[in-house]
Design a protein. Structure first.
Lengths: 290, 780, 157
């Protein structure tokens, strides 16, 4: 359980960190470390250089600005969990952060790390898909905005360049009756999701769905945006029949693999159930419930 | 008889050290000049080892030595056979034991190929990547049934098949009994038990002192004395040149009673070779493949009953996964065979098992030690029979209980201690009644469940019973001594892995000598302090060591009374012990403290009467003629989410009878912990091997241990049917919590789902497995 | 090997050392500082036996490099008792039989302290949630919950 050797840098500024990444094609960022160090201990990852960005000030924050919730990439999961702002206005995000790993790991894990690591089993990616989030990457040429739909390119792969650091995540601030929910089947705390579903809705008049985002976790090589399910619900009243139809379409959009946690059929059935529950809860919250 | 100390919930003596980080575990041993070992382990389950080239590793800076099998010269060996096959006629047993390092053939994933000794574990692990090994991968034997087919690859070439053992035991004549049966139920059952996953992994530290010619070994073993004797023999040392210390152990649960693991045999030898202390600490990934575990049995079982549900007989043929070697004999399948009989009168029994070699890690006892498998079969058979006969599930059990006036009850088959399986005492109905009351059975079935169902909730109840053979021999010993300070010291050969020995044993001594337990110092697991004993296993510590301690303490008490009688010039029957003194009854101011008596009993000068032993000390031993049988009933109410198949336990009750309870707080704790492991076994934990013998989930990421959110509060009720086999009347309690949880889950979930055609015949379960079973039953 | 000089305050004492970048904090604590109360139970950051406080935050020290703790304050089980008096959490574990083998206990207590710091009056569910990152194989958690409840009450006095 001993990691292989590496060179260690702890830059004080973003520019310095980016420069180190640029000079060392085998360098990796050390943020929370809860995924990376674990892999290194099993000798499944051996970066030649670790760039510890924990000492760079100003990378962790949660604030609303100009119609967006802006979260610094180094914001710890535990800070998201205890944020009143997140709990009250961004319940999908609050639900998600709460079911990542366990309380101790959440003290160190970062939102940025969860997204940049891009493990198909990670929870935030589907949530960001449901939110239609924007990701901000900073590189040698400055900032670049990446729509979340373009971010996840494969298992453990993102569209970040080697010398880019994810620095901010932006979620559109709710306007009107909005609500969201994350439903995860984990056999126990700390387990990977057998399947999980993120749903975010905005309701218009008469309970008609104006906007809807549905993301699926760990039922494909990347997080899945259940587009057909979204389209089926868009513009309809969020009644039982419409939600059921969307849940069915979401289950068809899933591409799960059979493994000890379940067969393909079971995982699809789970996606259907969890989508149903996530949408129902999201709608309930949009209407002022919990 | 009212007791002062026995039966009381006294706080533990061992806690202050453990709570302040001052307790020594093996990995805490830190010696000057100490070297660290990392093992290169086979990544294949079955392979020929063509060559091992350690030259590059030896050259790495910081590496002091590298050993492969051929570097050990004459010291290379296979481990000893620990448990012979039982004296059952016709038994086939093919003895094959694990090598100290693989010589020619790898037989399971993780078998040790080479050991790197370096200045730090960090450097040692780096050097592992330098070792070049040429493996010729061979097809692996994984599936039990396939292993017995013609043409299957063989785990041991020189055994004509993959049969490790074959054994039949019978009572009466099942075939004859079956002829008069009203109902016969036959099913195939698969029960898979898992890995103990004690939080502390194994470790060995050895230090050879050339000046004093003494070897000290710290070992996470449950059996320090046998280790000492065995190592002395292997290393060519005199036994008293060797000290084995099993300090605080972070959980045993069985796999640490497996002895002469490769690392245990190698590390002490390396320490002698290099003349420097050597430490090896297992990491968790190693533990999953290198530490013994339990695995599956496949049973084809049948029960024959009368119309009113009385058992006429049981017929069971099963396969048992042994793993690659069988040094521990047939303890686990024998336990399955015996424990199947349970608390029931089963007048005719045919039980046949084949232990099968597979290319997997060794199977040796893990809390329950095969009892789980037997209990699953009989409890499920009774449930199925009850449904067919229209009898309530608790009732069919009640009708078959051995009545209290038939004890001692001889089942007439051989148990793991090689004596007849005789139940010493028991009274089963009160346990059942108490459990039914505590779980609120009638109210649940008649009101709560129907109400919940009308609300669309899926809830169910289960109740199961079992008998557990405990407290077996051969023996344990202890030495008790009153010191001049008035403190009492106790030494015993058994070790401690969290069961509270420092406290419960002190309570036994306290009762005899009337000294508070915080004035009683215990040493366990140090062969320099006490060098006889066999170890902690089979729930025997309190029974066997406890009684040995009791006998020694009684002997000391006798010496105390005699010495006080001489000193105070009062007849012994006019004296009593209280609060660390001996007092004249009725005139308590005439007294003498135990410490003073101890001082007088060990004079520096003068003459003593011939035949006198110095001091107030006694050594004694206890070896029961057979094991004592505890029993219990577990009951549980669950709620199931029928779409996700996630289970929530709403209520869990254990009624347990382990005879006289020394410290109820400690026994309750043991039951809580056992239940937690039972829940893990029933719904979370399963070792998953692929067809190549690769372990797919060898880490806590994928082998799921229950957390605080998964284990409910457990209500424990105690019944007390004393054992006639030992003066304290105690029976064992260590494994009880873990044993019947599998069939309990199966029964409760079937009850919750109420689905025709749904039969849960395998453990462990999981949300996905439940879902598949439900789909199958629904005909999807 | 990349050597780094670190300065860490452990249980109030300043410790300075030159360490390899890859040295895990738990090894630094156990081997360099000889504080062996913090234990190692797994390789994948699941068991929590290695839990310590770094700047008041409970973390798993097996998944953290010693170099990351440069300049930080670290608290381990050895620092809990003050002047021979047990910390309320230690007292609670003793009173309620919250430990059996004791191997998970130091990490479990540190996690409990962090939980009570944030939530001085937790419900039973909140306690179970708060210690869900710490595995115990002996107690079934039942008495651990009672121990934390005991400590919560004591600390509010």
């Amino acid at each position: 359980m001993i990691p292989p050797s590496f060179d260690y840098e702890a830059p004080a500024s973003l520019e310095e960190a980016i420069a180190i990444l640029g000079k060392n094609p085998e360098a990796k960022i050390l943020a929370g470390g809860q995924s990376l160090i674990a892999l290194m201990k099993l000798r499944l990852a051996s970066p030649a250089v670790l760039v510890d960005i924990n000492r760079i000030e100003g990378l962790g924050y949660i604030k609303e600005e100009d119609g967006w919730l802006r979260i610094g990439a180094m914001t710890r999961e535990s800070d998201l969990d205890t944020s009143d702002l997140v709990r009250e206005k961004y319940p999908l995000l609050a639900d998600t952060t709460r079911v990542i790993a366990d309380p101790l790991v959440r003290n160190l894990s970062t939102l940025g790390g969860n997204l940049a690591h891009a493990d198909p089993a990670n929870d935030h990616p589907a949530t960001m898909l449901a939110y239609g989030a924007e990701l901000v990457a900073t590189g040698p040429k400055g900032e670049r905005i990446i729509p979340v739909g373009d971010f996840f390119t494969g298992p453990f792969e993102t569209s970040l360049a080697q010398d880019e650091i994810l620095t901010e995540i932006r979620i559109p601030s709710p306007n009107g009756s909005s609500g969201g929910a994350y439903q995860k089947l984990e056999r126990k705390v700390g387990d990977f999701a057998t399947a999980a579903v993120a749903a975010q809705v905005k309701l218009g008049e008469k309970g008609v769905v104006e906007q809807v985002g549905i993301g699926l976790t760990n039922v494909g090589l990347t997080p899945i945006k259940a587009t057909a399910a979204e389209e089926s619900l868009q513009g309809k009243e969020a009644n039982e029949a419409a939600i059921s139809e969307a849940a069915q379409l979401a289950s068809e959009a899933a591409e799960p693999e059979a493994d000890p946690r379940g067969s393909v059929e079971f995982k699809r059935a789970l996606v259907k159930t969890l989508t149903h529950r996530a949408i129902k809860t999201a709608v309930g919250r949009a209407q002022g419930g919990k | 008889m009212a007791t002062q100390y026995i039966g009381k919930r006294l706080k533990r003596n061992e806690d202050p050290r453990l709570l302040t980080g001052q307790a020594l575990f093996v990995d805490d041993v830190n010696l000057p000049g100490m070297l660290h070992v990392a093992f290169l382990r086979s990544p294949y389950a079955h392979a020929r080892l063509n060559s091992v080239d350690t030259s590059k590793a030896r050259q790495r800076e910081g590496v002091v030595a590298v050993y492969a099998a051929r570097d050990l010269g004459d010291y290379w060996c296979n481990g000893p056979l620990l448990v012979s096959p039982p004296p059952v006629e016709g038994t086939v047993f093919n003895e094959r034991t694990q090598p100290i390092l693989v010589m020619d053939t790898v037989r399971h994933l993780g078998e040790p190929i080479a050991a790197v000794v370096a200045e730090s574990r960090y450097l040692a692990e780096d050097a592992l990547t330098d070792i070049l090994v040429d493996y010729e991968v061979l097809p692996a034997v994984v599936d039990l049934e396939a292993a017995l087919e013609d043409g299957s690859p063989r785990v041991h070439e020189d055994v004509g098949s993959n049969v490790a053992a074959h054994l039949v035991q019978t009572i009466g004549d099942y075939e004859k009994a079956k002829k008069s049966a009203h109902t016969v139920i036959a099913r195939r059952f698969v029960y898979d038990h898992g890995t103990a996953a004690a939080l502390e992994n194994r470790g060995v530290v050895a230090e050879w002192d050339a000046h004093s010619q003494r070897l000290t070994v710290w070992d996470t073993t449950q059996a320090p004395n046998p280790i000492r004797i065995g190592l002395a023999s292997m290393l060519g040392l005199s036994e008293n040149q060797l000290r084995v210390i099993a300090p605080f152990i972070g959980g045993g649960f069985g796999p640490k009673i497996m002895m002469f693991y490769p690392e245990e045999m190698l590390i002490p030898w390396v320490a002698i070779q290099l003349g420097r202390p050597v430490k090896w600490i297992e990491d968790r990934s190693e533990n999953f493949v290198a530490t013994t575990q339990e695995r599956s049995q496949i049973h084809q079982a049948e029960i024959a009953l009368t119309e009113d549900g009385k058992i006429l007989g049981v017929h069971d043929v099963f396969l048992h996964d042994s793993g690659a070697y069988d040094p521990y004999g047939l303890t686990v399948p024998l336990n399955s065979q015996c424990t199947l009989l349970g608390p029931y009168k089963i007048p005719n029994y045919y039980s046949e098992f084949t232990a099968v070699f597979t290319n997997k890690t060794l199977v040796t006892p893990y809390r329950g030690a095969g009892r789980q498998h037997g209990v699953f079969v009989i409890e499920r058979l009774l449930d199925l029979a009850a449904k067919e006969l229209g009898i309530e599930l608790p009732e069919i059990r009640r009708r078959n209980f051995i009545p209290p006036d038939e004890f001692p009850y001889d089942n007439k088959i051989i148990y793991q201690d090689f004596t007849n399986l005789v139940y010493d005492s028991g009274d089963y109905e009160p346990s059942l009644d108490r459990a039914l009351e505590m779980i609120g059975y009638d109210e649940f079935v008649n009101q709560i469940q129907p109400q919940a169902r009308s609300e669309g909730r899926t809830v169910g109840i289960g109740i199961v019973a079992y008998v557990e053979g405990t407290g077996i021999g051969p023996y344990e010993g202890a030495r008790v001594q009153v010191q001049q300070s008035g403190r009492v010291s106790v030494a015993t050969g058994i070790g401690t892995q969290g069961q509270g020995h420092f406290t419960s044993y002190a309570q036994i001594v306290a009762e005899q000598l009337q000294v508070d337990i915080d004035k009683i110092d215990l040493v366990t697991g140090d062969t320099d302090q006490f060098h006889w004993g066999t170890g902690t296993f089979a729930s025997r510590g309190a029974v066997v060591a406890g009684n040995a301690i009791n006998e020694a303490a009684k002997d000391v008490r006798a010496k105390v009374l005699k010495a006080a009688s001489d000193e105070l010039e009062v007849a012994e029957e006019d004296l009593e012990l209280a609060e660390g003194e001996v007092r004249v009854i009725g005139a308590p101011s005439r007294s003498i403290s135990l410490g003073e008596l101890a001082a007088k009993a060990n004079p520096l000068r003068g003459a003593v009467k011939p035949g006198t032993e110095p001091g107030l000390e006694a050594t004694n031993y206890f070896g029961p003629e057979r094991g004592a049988t505890s029993n219990g009933v577990h009951a549980m109410i669950v709620e199931l989410d029928p779409e996700t198949m996630m289970v929530e336990i709403q209520k869990f009750v254990v009624v347990h009878d382990c005879g006289r309870v020394i410290n109820p707080m400690i026994v309750d704790g043991q039951i809580h912990g056992g239940v937690a492991q039972g829940i893990g076994n029933a719904f979370y934990e399963q070792l998953i091997f692929d067809e190549n013998g690769q372990l797919l989930n060898g880490s806590f990421m994928d082998y799921l241990l229950p957390t605080a959110l998964d284990v409910p509060n457990v209500s424990v009720g105690h019944e007390e049917t004393l054992s006639p086999l030992n003066p304290l009347g105690t029976k064992g309690a260590g494994e009880a919590g873990a044993i019947p949880v599998g069939p309990l889950f199966a029964q409760a979930l079937e009850d919750a789902l109420q689905l025709d055609g749904l039969e849960i015949l395998e453990i462990p379960l999981s949300p996905s497995l439940l879902w598949e079973l439900v789909q199958e039953a629904k005909g999807n | 090997m990349s050597n780094h000089h670190i300065r860490v305050t452990v249980n109030g004492d300043v410790q300075e050392a030159d360490v390899d970048a890859r040295l895990l904090l738990v090894h630094f604590i156990r081997e360099d500082l000889n504080l062996t109360g913090t234990h190692i139970g797994c390789d994948t950051s699941h068991c929590g036996a290695c839990t310590v406080l770094v700047n008041g935050t409970a973390i798993k020290s097996c998944t953290y490099f010693a170099v990351q703790a440069d300049g930080a304050e670290v608290s381990t089980v050895e620092g809990l008792a003050q002047n021979g008096d047990l910390h309320p959490i230690q007292e609670g574990f003793r009173e309620m039989h919250g430990l059996q083998c004791g191997f998970c206990t130091p990490g479990m207590m540190i996690a409990s302290i962090a939980l009570l710091e944030q939530n001085p009056n937790p419900t039973e569910d909140e306690i179970r949630w708060g210690i869900s990152g710490n595995l115990c194989r002996c107690t079934g958690y039942i008495n651990i919950v009672k121990a934390v409840q005991y400590a919560a009450e004591k600390m509010q006095e």
